[in-house]
Design a protein around this ligand. Structure first.
Ligand code: FAD
Length: 505
């Protein structure tokens, strides 16, 4: 804990730790309302995993869905969330639903911010579901609008991992557009200051109230006062092998999709040190991943061909399941897991971030190529008889066009990536391939317990004055469920907005 009574290096109304979508939305809310605001970012660039993301935003019943004429409403979203999550977090759900339209109206009032609906089905067959989804994305952002500040936004995954910046003369898209647009809007207020290379380590408490933070910088520690409040939106602890191990989060720190080393739970640790309560600590937004030549994962979704087998060479799930559900099946089964496909299907998923190329994967030895299934089994260590039987059974189902075992292709989500076909092509044309599949994630989703105004709670369920949390720093109100595309970012933004509204009261 930072010592009370020492002098401050800088004074703000609001200090935000982290610079993902929630942090930046919170900072904009504060700065545009006239509050002097600091965004502290541990790394050299802004945006974290949010910048890597597809930036689908699940905020239901807003003017964006109204413009698209898709018939979405807060009521149908309530029905859907309630069916999936129950009423255990009803107060958060209601706060989220009430905030969504107001937040989007607030954001779109800014000349830097504009959204459009993007079809992407909700993830569960439940009442209130929208088959083409209800999420939206920011419009691409021409790099010239950011000028030199474009370098402040974290580049796409493949370029970032290679130490490269944004591609010249291309607009920023997806998560980069979202962070870039929020950065433009914050800059235009004249009240927001972005401090990169500044990592929150401690919270300062005076008379029971959080009044500021201590952060490390290249020039040593700084103490920053936050007159109205501190918003912790610094991601989860997905990149900490130690914390993952302690809290038994399936997967691994080396397999997370978060930027290398960024999200190590610092904000959660700082808050628990002053008595904050935590929840859902073994949970993450899971996904299947394939390992790329550099050993890092690629987030994969929308398998259009092939089948996934466990260590015993058996299928164990509908390969087309929404990625978090597939991740949970991986966590419950025994690996190693392989996507087995053939020359015809090419096996490549519809979306892979970063993109993967068959030839490169095979050349690097990450994916195995073989002239027969028996050879594939020998090269991968899979039991040959079981693999042959599984593929034979799968090919029979493919011939019928019906997956009697796992119902692949029966849900609108499955069909979304396969042009309306069930994605059941037979695997019988050599060469055969095996791609190892690992349990990856898009971040942990357990963390600080909050009330519906994002106020961090102590062990007795009382808000800790001056302290707020959003995004993966907080325990998600969705529990172990991933309802639809854009829930992580949508909920992060909604609760960050509510946090700042509360600070202003
Ligand atoms: P982050 O966005 O990771 O931001 C946390 C930031 O805090 C980082 O910049 C980090 O460096 C910084 N930080 C960490 N510690 C400190 C500290 N001590 N002090 C200061 N700063 C600190 N979700 C969606 O909703 N829609 C999508 O379309 C979507 N697509 C995705 C696609 C990909 C490829 C990936 C990888 C994820 C996707 N997700 C999507 C998931 C989503 O991006 C994340 O779960 C979400 O963005 C996490 O937001 P956050 O603010 O909690 O963390």
């Amino acid at each position: 804990m930072g010592n009370a009574g020492e002098s401050w290096d800088d004074e703000y109304d609001v200090v935000v730790a982290g610079s993902g979508a929630g942090a930046m939305a919170g900072a904009l809310t504060a700065a545009s309302g006239g509050l002097r605001t600091a965004v502290l970012e541990k790394t050299g660039v802004l945006g974290g995993t949010s910048a890597y993301s597809g930036s689908a935003i699940w905020l239901p019943g807003t003017r964006v869905q109204e413009r698209a004429g898709i018939g979405d409403s807060a009521e149908s979203a309530r029905t859907y969330l309630r069916a999936l999550i129950g009423d255990g977090t009803a107060a958060h759900r209601e706060a989220f639903l009430e905030t969504a339209p107001e937040l989007v109206e607030f954001l779109e009032q800014d000349p830097a911010i504009e959204f459009e609906f993007q079809p992407f089905p909700d993830y569960y067959d439940a009442p209130g579901r929208m088959d083409m989804g209800r999420s939206f994305v920011p419009l691409p952002l021409p790099a010239e609008r950011l000028g030199e500040r474009a370098g402040l936004v974290r580049p796409p995954v493949d370029r970032d991992r290679a130490g490269r910046g944004h591609a010249a003369s291309k607009p920023l898209v997806q998560g980069r557009a979202l962070i870039g647009r929020l950065l433009l809007a914050i800059s235009a207020t004249g009240n927001g200051e972005v401090r990169t290379g500044t990592a929150l380590t401690d919270l300062v408490v005076e008379d029971g109230r959080v009044t500021g933070v201590v952060a490390t910088t290249a020039d040593g520690p700084v103490r920053l006062r936050a007159r109205r409040g501190v918003l912790l939106a610094a991601g989860g602890f997905e990149s900490s092998a130690e914390l993952r191990g302690e809290r038994a989060v399936p997967g691994g720190a080396g397999w997370t999709m978060a930027p290398d080393g960024a999200n190590t739970g610092d904000a959660i640790t700082a808050a628990t040190a002053i008595g904050a309560a935590t929840g859902l600590l073994d949970q993450a937004w899971f996904c299947p991943g394939v390992l790329t030549p550099d050993g890092l994962p690629a987030f994969t979704l929308g398998f259009r061909g092939g089948l996934i087998v466990d260590g015993a060479g058996r299928r164990f799930a509908n390969e087309s399941l929404p990625y978090d559900q597939m991740g949970r099946r991986l966590a419950a089964a025994e690996g190693p897991f392989h996507l087995v496909f053939d020359a015809r299907s090419k096996g490549l998923p519809a979306i892979s971030v970063p993109p993967v190329a068959l030839e490169e994967q095979v050349a690097s030895g990450r994916w195995i190529e073989a002239g027969s299934l028996a050879e594939l089994a020998a090269k991968t260590g899979l039991p040959a008889d079981a693999l042959a039987a599984t593929v034979e059974r799968f090919n029979g189902l493919a011939a019928k066009g019906v997956d009697e075992d796992f119902h692949r292709g029966e849900d609108p989500y499955d069909l979304f990536f396969t042009g309306g076909k069930p994605g059941l092509a037979p695997v019988d044309e050599p060469p055969y391939y095996a791609a190892e599949i690992v349990l990856s994630d898009l971040g942990t989703k357990g963390g600080l317990r909050t009330d519906p105004d994002a106020r961090v709670l102590d062990g007795s369920d009382r808000p800790i004055p001056g302290l707020y949390a959003a995004g993966n720093t907080s325990a998600s109100f969705t529990g172990p469920v991933y309802p639809g595309p854009g829930i992580p970012i949508g909920s992060a933004m909604a609760f960050a907005y509510r946090a700042v509204q509360d600070m202003r009261r």
